[in-house]
Design a protein around this ligand. Structure first.
Ligand code: UD1
Length: 414
């Protein structure tokens, strides 16, 4: 349980951690080689620990030195991924591509549904089948086999981050050239491309297509992960919602253009330098409309915290979720805290209220958890937010960073 005494404007500066969503595929990319892969700026959080546990279970060695992760070994990888680890974290499904490419066969359990609604892997499977994989679904898992993966042209019906990464993995060791039309353009995908290039992959990257020329083998590499734009955005919103002033250092402002635009429309003052952003929140925000969209659109992962911020706006905002069918886990608990939100299909209509009130609430997923923490920081009084498990999956030392900004927040058993 996280206890938050809200009502104090946050102030000061913190440093962004490395991006969780860049770390996970980077760790799994090490399965493509037995040479050493050294990753710097890796955030120490639960999902990253799960990824490390997963590759260890498959035969890799891993050693931490602070935020540097050394990965090596794996000449003889296992071809079956443990169900428990894949079900714990959806991104684990990405081991299918590397295992298939290295071993010619793989068995990976299906990740199943989640709190954000159904999240199928049809695009992953469609792409791998195009590259010559024979796929069979049985006992809740995917069995894939391919003597030789070969390059192909794959059109993605939606620019899925995971499917694009899966195809980069498989294409990197396939015979010939693989082209992904309508790939994801998220900075974390670009970061994975950077790492794969350092490992010897040949990737040509255009906005609407990416091409990867398969290699017989890939080598080791050393790589520093990009900063976490979702974490950065969360702390900027924490500053904004409390009417405070927060600076996030070691960030990449160009990855947060959509959020910056909406913060300014909402009446925030926003300043930025090459690697920092600083927000100054208004007494109450102006209402703004937005819709989530694949990068460079407004990130779905910042939608719940943004709704928490707009819950105090002077007027009505509409927030449309286009990436996930059911990313509304934050709505009920925010209503418990006094917010006025109605959900109609994919649209949330947020009628701003002057004050949020403290409450005891529970989160359903990582970003809903962040939204509730933000709302509690803005509510006058003591809130109890049951979100620790979710938050430690996605945020490195959140309580420490909020504390450094002057928040009165601590952990309590029970
Ligand atoms: C990644 C991020 C996650 C973020 C999401 C969207 C990681 C580890 N996670 O998740 O934080 O919220 O991008 O920016 O990087 N879909 C299909 N079929 C598929 C694949 C996806 O229908 O085969 C759908 C999903 O159900 C979802 C949408 O496409 O509605 C986006 O999914 P995708 O871009 O694949 O997200 P992830 O890679 O799972």
């Amino acid at each position: 349980m996280i206890v938050i005494v809200g009502g104090t404007p946050l102030g000061g500066e913190i440093r962004a951690s490395g991006a969780k969503n860049a770390a996970l595929p980077a760790i799994l990319a090490s399965l493509l080689t037995s040479e050493p892969v050294v990753l710097h700026n890796v955030p120490r959080l639960l999902d990253v620990e799960t990824a490390v546990e997963l590759i260890r279970a498959l035969g890799k060695e891993a050693r931490w030195e602070g935020n540097t992760l050394n990965l090596w070994g794996g000449e003889h990888l296992a071809w079956e991924a443990p169900a428990e680890l894949v079900q714990r974290m959806r991104a684990s499904f990405l081991v299918l591509g590397p295992l298939l490419a290295r071993l010619g066969r793989a068995r990976v359990p299906l990740p199943g549904g989640c709190a954000l609604g159904p999240r199928p892997v049809d695009l992953h499977l469609h792409g791998l089948a195009r590259l010559g994989a024979h796929l069979a679904l049985a006992d809740g898992g995917v069995f894939a086999e391919a003597q030789h993966l070969h390059g192909a042209c794959v059109y993605l019906d939606f620019p899925s981050v995971g499917a694009t990464e899966q195809l980069l993995f498989a294409g990197a060791l396939a015979q010939g050239e693989t082209t992904v039309v309508n790939p994801a353009r998220e900075p974390e995908v670009a970061d994975l491309v950077e790492l794969l290039r350092k490992m010897g992959a040949q990737v040509i990257w255009h906005t609407e297509r990416l091409t990867i020329r398969g290699q017989r083998e890939l080598g080791g590499a050393e790589h520093t992960l990009i900063p976490d734009r979702i974490e950065t955005g969360t702390y900027l919103l924490a500053g904004a919602i409390t009417g405070g002033r927060v600076r996030v250092q070691s960030a990449q402002p160009q990855h947060l253009a959509a959020l910056g635009d909406r913060l300014i429309l909402a009446g925030c003052e926003l300043e930025q330098g090459e690697d920092w952003l600083e927000v100054r929140g208004p007494v109450r925000p102006k209402p703004v409309d937005l819709r989530t969209w694949p990068y460079p659109g407004f990130p779905t992962d910042l939608q719940p915290p943004m709704v928490a911020f707009l819950a105090r706006a002077e007027g009505r905002s509409t927030v449309t979720e286009t990436v996930y069918a059911a990313r509304f886990g934050h709505v009920e608990p925010l209503i418990q805290m006094g917010a006025k939100i109605q959900v109609a299909g994919s649209i949330q209509v947020v009628e701003g209220v002057e004050r949020l009130r403290p409450a005891q609430v529970e989160a359903t997923d990582i970003r809903a958890g962040a939204a509730l923490v933000l709302a509690a920081l803005a509510a006058d009084g003591v809130s109890f937010v049951a979100a620790e498990q979710h938050l430690s999956r996605g945020y490195e030392d959140m309580l420490g960073k909020l504390g450094a900004l002057g928040a009165k927040v601590w952990r309590e058993e029970g």
